[in-house]
Design a protein around this ligand. Structure first.
Ligand code: SF4
Ligand code: SF4
Length: 301
């Protein structure tokens, strides 16, 4: 099933120190709502079955997003909203907003949570939002962003103490987190395959990767094109037929790094997105991998 992260607006009401957004100037780009509706209809025609409203903070445009969610419901697209829960200050306020979204057909709420988010938003907001979902019958989960340090233990314990559904997610060392001291990696030598869901920006640029990939500024490796010059079908076909993208999905970034000549001892010192950046944001390495993609595809056990 085709899926996409929909960046309706990059505006956010808080400024997390780990955010993949870059720069000190607040980024306030927003899509025109009429245009967004047209794009969603085009997506349905192109076989998109799931949209995640992400990027900035979608609840800043709650009424507009609720209308978009409603449209998705009418044309059979699964919807998720990613939020920092700033709006869930009280149980009553939270239940009102969750009900509104559920009535409009929202399928899932993803609550972002970390020691960086919680410098600006109380943990109780996340708890209120999760409890509202449980009460109203809306599927939810908490995305617990962590660098796996001991500092995060109390944050994890809070989720456990309240019996909430959560999944740890490694912090991505890109954007504002690029200056963080990377953690020591203590893990097996693993493939690091990546599903790669595309991301659409408010300016209608589409990228093959929804996380750190849009910041590969030296090569623009994941940029698929702009919807003003391409159809949705053309951009999805691009990401599905690109040989290197498909090798990232199937072979994994670790094997590609090994093929490129990187030592195993060095490979295990990178997290997934960092290793990806090392390979694909380096013009020299990328040119070589493109030239040798055919041999790479046959380089298997
Ligand atoms: S991580 Fe999310 S909540 Fe935090 S500044 Fe970035 S977009 Fe806003
Ligand atoms: S590993 Fe690469 S393709 Fe996957 S999310 Fe990270 S930057 Fe994107």
């Amino acid at each position: 099933m085709r899926k996409l992260a929909f960046g309706y607006s990059t505006r956010c009401n808080i400024r997390c120190a780990h955010c993949v957004a870059v720069g000190d100037i607040p980024d306030n780009r927003k899509m025109d709502q009429k245009k967004a509706k047209k794009i969603i209809v085009e997506m349905a025609r192109a076989g998109v079955g799931g949209i995640s409203f992400s990027a900035g903070e979608p609840f800043l445009y709650l009424n507009e997003i609720a209308e978009l969610v409603n449209l998705c419901k009418q044309i059979g697209i699964y919807t998720r909203i990613v939020t920092n829960s700033f709006w869930a200050k009280t149980a009553e306020a939270s239940e009102g907003l969750v009900s509104k979204l559920k009535e409009n057909g929202l399928c899932q709420l993803r609550l972002s949570y970390s020691r960086w988010h919680q410098k600006n938003v109380s943990q109780n907001n996340v708890l209120n939002a999760a409890r509202s979902c449980q009460k109203i019958g809306l599927n939810y989960f908490i995305s617990f962003v962590t660098d796996f340090s001991v500092e995060d233990d109390p944050y994890e314990q809070f989720l456990r103490d309240h019996g909430l559904i959560f999944f740890p997610e490694p912090v991505i060392y890109a954007g504002r987190a690029a200056s963080f001291k990377p953690r020591n990696i203590l893990t097996d030598y693993q493939a690091n395959c990546c599903e790669m869901n595309p991301y659409l920006t408010p300016d209608l640029d589409m990228y093959a990767c929804c996380d750190a990939g849009s910041h590969f500024s030296k090569t623009n490796f994941f940029h698929l094109g702009n919807l003003n010059d391409n159809t949705m079908e053309q951009l999805f076909t691009k990401t599905e037929t690109n040989r290197l993208y498909n090798l990232i999905r199937t072979m994994g970034i670790t094997n590609i790094a090994s093929f490129s000549g990187m030592k195993a001892r060095k490979i295990i010192t990178y997290s997934k997105c960092e290793l990806c950046r090392e390979l694909f944001n380096s013009p020299g390495t990328l040119t070589r991998l493109r030239d040798e993609a055919k041999q790479l595809a046959t380089w298997c056990r």
